[in-house]
Design a protein around this ligand. Structure first.
Ligand code: IPE
Ligand code: IPE
Ligand code: MG
Length: 237
């Protein structure tokens, strides 16, 4: 079965460029191409939700030149790519802290969300200036402000990704075996898939390998294999 929701840590752009003696930003540009290809491939395969990690809360620690290059790349892509996203039936959601982003980037994000709001073939969540800890903290702060009790359900509803179910499959390219503060709450029962392929090289064949691996997993959600064989529904709760 094709996962309903795929999340991706798009890692390895810098190394892709460095290996070619190119500036890191060239890797990020190529990474954008890879994302375009991946969006199309996911839509074609019937994936309903794609959530990508584009810029983490911690990526502000990078050299100023790389950070501003990434901001420009995003702002440019948002205006350039919107017509194609609309044509492909992709609905864009920005997920992350808007504070700290320039007016230009903020406006671009809001416009892309607005322009694609009527689409429903694929939901694309772009995690930008996002961190899993930020998300949990902002959700808890909001509940506290409203005087609401903090439960798993209320917190889940206050999180930035409340509009989609938890990811079924999380892919990290680039060979690192860590989450780097991505989807800490939502990945509780997500199947994890790590590959060495650098993000700019992650093509349809690499995606299909991840999907084939996912199909072989047994999602038990705490139950036993025997219970599943007897027809228990493999659901989280
Ligand atoms: C991921 O690629 C993209 C962002 C973090 C914005 P990297 O830039 O982390 O690439 P490597 O890990 O240095 O190769
Ligand atoms: C994670 O990659 C963030 C994104 C892909 C946007 P990093 O390259 O920033 O992660 P670390 O620093 O290796 O953990
Ligand atoms: Mg990296």
């Amino acid at each position: 079965m094709v996962p309903h929701h795929i999340a991706i840590v798009m890692d390895g752009n810098g190394r892709w460029a460095t290996r070619r003696l190119l500036p890191r930003l060239a890797g990020h540009r190529q990474g954008m191409e890879s994302l375009r290809r991946c969006i199309r491939a996911c839509a074609e395969r019937g994936v309903a939700v794609l959530t990508v990690f584009a810029f983490s809360s911690e990526n502000w620690n990078r050299p100023a030149e790389e950070v501003s290059g990434l901001m420009d790349l995003l702002a440019g892509a948002l205006t350039r790519e919107v017509p194609q996203l609309v044509a492909d039936g992709v609905r864009v959601h920005f997920v992350g802290a808007r504070e700290g982003l320039s007016d230009k980037v903020r406006q671009g994000l809001a416009q892309a969300e607005q322009a694609t709001a009527a689409n429903s073939r694929l939901i694309l969540n772009i995690c930008f200036n996002y961190g899993g800890r930020w998300d949990i903290a902002q959700a808890a702060a909001r509940l506290a402000q409203q005087g609401e009790a903090i439960t798993e359900a209320s917190l889940g509803r206050a999180l930035a990704l409340a509009h989609v179910p938890d990811p079924d499959l999380l892919i990290r390219t680039g060979g690192e075996l860590r989450l780097s503060n991505f989807l800490l709450w939502q990945a509780a029962y997500t199947e994890l898939y790590f590959c060495d392929t650098l993000w700019p090289d992650f093509d349809e064949a690499a995606l299909d390998e991840a999907l084939a691996d996912y199909v072989r997993r047994e999602r038990r959600f705490g139950r036993t294999s025997e219970q599943l064989a007897q027809g228990a529904q493999p659901e989280a709760v």
